[in-house]
Design a protein around this ligand. Structure first.
Ligand code: ADQ
Length: 480
């Protein structure tokens, strides 16, 4: 084997944060990975994606393109911790049309099994296209020659196509964090061909589950008559790969938080405040209609009503993060959940001891980890979910080796977390039985299943996910 050139650091000296490729990396996502501090500075925002990618960009001096989160914010490029940040301005009207409208009221429901009727409006589409073009032009202007550009999620599906036209030298990848729907649903979208063409500007398109990749390949074939073989589509004289890259969490970080003395103290406090029940059931979600929060509340209520669970010994804690509050479907969902919580508490609580504890709040990550540890049974029951990181965080937090995860088959996490109690949440009776099974599970089986879950998540954390995607993207770009 050749000796490495003297200027190259020895592999053993490489920082674990170093990216797996030598070329410059540019990330594009709807939001920049930073938020404003009280003293008008910037700090990295919380969230798994940022935790996975930011240290890597910091190490390699990379770049991130995105919106600051404030309307009409045309901030100049700036640098935080050695990462170059390029804001893309989005106007207040565009936030309504591109973000709340096309992204979250057309694409989001359609991509989640059409759980709600999508709104298809030409004004929204025009705004989506305009913002996507703006992102692509920013990227075309700043991406170094031959660099690797990694674009994230459903808000930016047209970016690869426009960018490819402007900068054929770039290697372009895209990761879809949510499901890619079956062709029968996808073809409802009036601009389905434009979206597929946009994604075909990539060298590699990544999905959470094999079904997402297969649906995308099938849509490209049906709509554009593109040739395909296994996991590749051939279009416009180029090969576009469709790969599967299930996202994960920062396992070490959650484990370290869960092990801290403060967390352990917090866990005892939480259980005491809940009235030291035998079983604490937990739900943690963005308040989204895809997450099946109402469904699990109804299942809990039915179990109390039928006497299969005793309200004196079983409590539920539901934490719901405020999200997309300007979109009507989200306002309706919140009203329905709060009505259910009120109804269940009215019927089954006693004074000072509500049977459902409901928080409509965003909690700090360490408080969330303490809650995970305090939860005996975690209920993750989405109708459809790209992955669901809560399921993985719960397993990572249970360093005590105990706790049961009830998990919907319709979450991407179900492919890997096969030691959960898997359930079809559309089946009322099955969901009720799954909850009872989790509550009554023998300690030996609980520990065995939790060991399986923890082994699985430790095999693939979010840093590994980012490395695998970038290595595959680099290879795809070199090949084509
Ligand atoms: P989300 O739909 O947001 O993500 P999820 O994967 O569960 O869903 O991630 C939610 C994150 O928010 C978790 O990391 C969790 O800790 C945090 N969170 C939830 N409730 C919270 C609360 N009350 N306070 C503070 N934090 C809270 C989309 C897709 C998913 C996919 C991810 C990542 O819809 O399917 O797993 O992207 O690809």
């Amino acid at each position: 084997m050749d000796e490495p050139p003297p200027s190259q650091p020895d592999a053993s000296e490489q920082s674990p944060d170093a990216p797996p490729i030598d070329r410059p990396i540019v990330i594009a996502a709807n939001r920049l990975p930073v938020m404003r501090t009280d003293d008008h500075g910037w700090t990295p925002s919380p969230g798994g994606l940022v935790r996975a990618l930011y240290p890597m960009l910091r190490e390699s001096g990379g770049t991130w393109v995105g919106w600051t989160g404030d309307p009409d914010d045309a901030a100049d490029p700036f640098t935080v911790d050695g990462v170059d940040l390029h804001p893309v301005a989005v106007t207040a009207d565009e936030i309504e049309l591109y973000y709340e409208g096309f992204s979250n009221d057309a694409l989001w429901p359609l991509y989640h099994d059409a759980l709600r009727e999508s709104t298809y409006s030409i004004e929204q589409w025009d705004a989506y296209r305009a913002v996507n073009e703006r992102f692509a032009i920013t990227l075309a202007n700043i991406a170094p020659e031959n660099s690797v550009v990694w674009i994230h999620d459903y808000q930016l599906q047209l970016v690869p196509g426009v960018l490819r036209e402007q900068r054929p030298d770039l290697t372009i990848g895209f990761f879809l964090h949510i499901p890619f729907p079956p062709v029968e649903l996808f073809t409802r979208l009036p601009w389905r061909t434009e979206i597929i063409r946009g994604l075909l500007g990539c060298d590699l398109v990544g999905f959470q589950r094999p079904t997402g990749a297969a649906n995308f390949v099938a849509a490209a074939h049906q709509l554009l008559d593109a040739e395909h073989a296994d996991d590749s589509v051939f279009y416009d004289g180029r090969e576009v790969q469709a790969g599967v890259f299930p996202i994960s969490i920062d396992v070490a970080e959650v484990e370290a938080m869960a092990a801290g003395r403060a967390t352990r103290r917090q866990v005892s406090q939480i259980r005491a405040r809940l009235g030291d029940p035998e079983v604490v059931m937990l739900g943690v979600d963005r308040l989204d209609y895809t997450k099946g929060i109402g469904l699990r509340l109804k299942a809990f209520a039915k179990l109390l009503e039928d006497g299969r669970l005793d309200p004196a010994h079983n409590v539920m804690v539901q934490v719901a993060t405020p999200t997309r509050e300007a979109v009507e479907a989200y306002q309706d969902e919140r009203a329905e959940i709060e009505r259910l919580v009120g109804e269940i508490n009215g019927r089954f609580s006693s004074i000072g001891l509500p049977v459902v504890h409901y928080l409509y709040q965003t909690l700090p990550y360490d408080d969330l980890v303490a809650l995970y540890r305090a939860g005996d049974v975690m209920l993750v029951t989405p109708f459809r979910d790209g992955m669901n990181l809560v399921a993985k965080e719960y397993a990572a937090a249970h360093i005590d080796g105990d706790g049961v995860l009830v998990l919907s088959e319709f979450a991407g996490a179900a492919d890997e977390l096969t030691d959960a109690v898997l359930v079809n949440p559309h089946d009322d009776r099955a969901l009720q039985d799954a909850i009872v099974e989790a509550v009554e599970m023998h300690r030996h089986e609980r520990r065995e299943r939790m060991a399986g879950l923890r082994d699985q998540i430790r095999k693939s954390d979010v840093q590994g996910w980012a490395h695998r995607f970038l290595a595959a993207l680099d290879a795809a770009g070199t090949r084509s």
